[in-house]
Design a protein around this ligand. Structure first.
Ligand code: SF4
Length: 349
């Protein structure tokens, strides 16, 4: 099975920028970006990020705003903050060299079993397993694992199976072959078993259960939440251009990123935008009706956002509150949702 996987991978692997290197730092960045994000989306972000922060030291010396600005649009910003913290520790404790020792790698902030295994196998050539969504699907089908994903018993079994497979030559390529097979052949809805290099070993295919495996984990429906978001501006096109107040921290949707004031709508809908401005410490003239309504789905919440404009906004600039021209937005970390809100208020391209 190992030989079949490796032979297939050699012939069919996609040429991706992080596959042209065995630099552990580059492998680390790519694996963090690839969590919950599609390969096509990650490629340009990875290339820009590595051009901007080519070494652990360059990333460690950057401030959080610069890192989040380079991550803007990729989502799941906690990943970026943890990567930054992990790399800073590598610079402080290991002189900028990612440790080869698995226990030292696992102890770094944000480095779980998956990321540690990816760095260990791909960059250091060590027989360390990895299990991500693609690998879990392939192994569940290959081995006929029919307990639900996410359960401890299933996870244990998947890591055992992955661990047994990776004990052999070329562990980094073997892991990548499993991931690649899951991404391109053993896909969730329509796996192409007639093109699969390990079809003769596949328990799900043998027993006619390909469409039943893996058994998904029970999901909770996202909770609906209504929010008011206020875009507080000052100035006009005639009078030196419009500028917008942005906040960071409490009262925004994503703590570490810059965003507009928001407040949950609970009861009287017109009270929420006033409360959002009050909590933000901004005095302004508020539009009486929303200028737009947006829907946005996060992992556990389905947001309905009523966007208000507020003009003649006054506040004091602080470390967590600043006035920006719309053209300067790319220089600070903002979420996709904040950019959607600003666009709805006609303040972003
Ligand atoms: Fe997946 Fe089909 Fe290959 Fe089994 S035979 S591993 S179900 S692609």
């Amino acid at each position: 099975m190992r030989q079949a996987l490796l032979g297939w991978y050699d012939r069919h692997r996609r040429d991706l920028p992080w596959r042209r290197t065995r630099d552990p730092y580059a492998v680390w960045v790519s694996e963090v970006m690839l969590q919950q994000t599609r390969v096509d989306t990650v490629v340009p972000y990875f290339e820009r990020f590595m051009a901007r922060f080519p070494t652990p030291r360059a990333l460690a010396e950057a401030d959080e705003d610069q890192v989040l600005a380079a991550w803007s649009g990729l989502g799941y910003y906690r990943r970026a903050r943890l990567l930054h913290a992990g790399v800073r520790e590598v610079v402080e404790r290991y002189g900028g060299r990612v440790p080869e020792d698995p226990a030292a790698r696992r102890a770094l902030p944000g480095v779980g079993a998956y990321t540690a295994g990816a760095i260990g196998s791909i960059a250091f050539g060590r027989p360390e397993p990895i299990v991500d969504g693609n690998v879990a699907r392939v192994l569940a089908r290959l081995r006929g694992i029919d307990t639900p994903l996410g359960r401890a018993v299933t996870e244990r079994r998947l890591w055992q199976e992955a661990g047994a497979l990776v004990e052999g030559p070329r562990p980094g390529e073997l892991n990548q072959a499993l991931m690649e097979l899951g991404a391109t052949v053993c896909t969730p809805a329509e796996p192409t078993c007639d093109r699969c290099p390990v079809a003769e070993h596949c328990e799900a295919l043998r027993t006619g259960r390909v469409s039943e495996l893996p058994v998904p984990k029970a999901r909770r429906a996202p909770t609906p939440v209504s929010l008011a978001a206020v875009v507080p501006t000052v100035g006009s096109a005639k009078n030196g251009g419009v500028r917008v107040w942005l906040l960071r921290g409490d009262g925004t949707l994503f703590g570490g990123l810059w965003g507009v004031p928001t407040c949950a709508i609970d009861g009287d809908p017109s009270a929420a935008p006033r409360a959002a401005l009050r909590q933000a410490g901004i005095a302004a003239r508020l539009s009486s009706d929303p200028v737009a309504r947006l829907e946005h789905v996060l992992s556990h919440r389905r947001l309905t956002i009523h966007v208000y404009r507020a003009t003649a906004a006054r506040a004091e600039a602080t470390a967590a509150r600043k006035l920006l021209r719309p053209a300067d937005l790319p220089t600070v970390g903002t979420s996709t949702l904040t950019r959607k809100i600003l666009k709805a208020a006609q303040l972003a391209p």
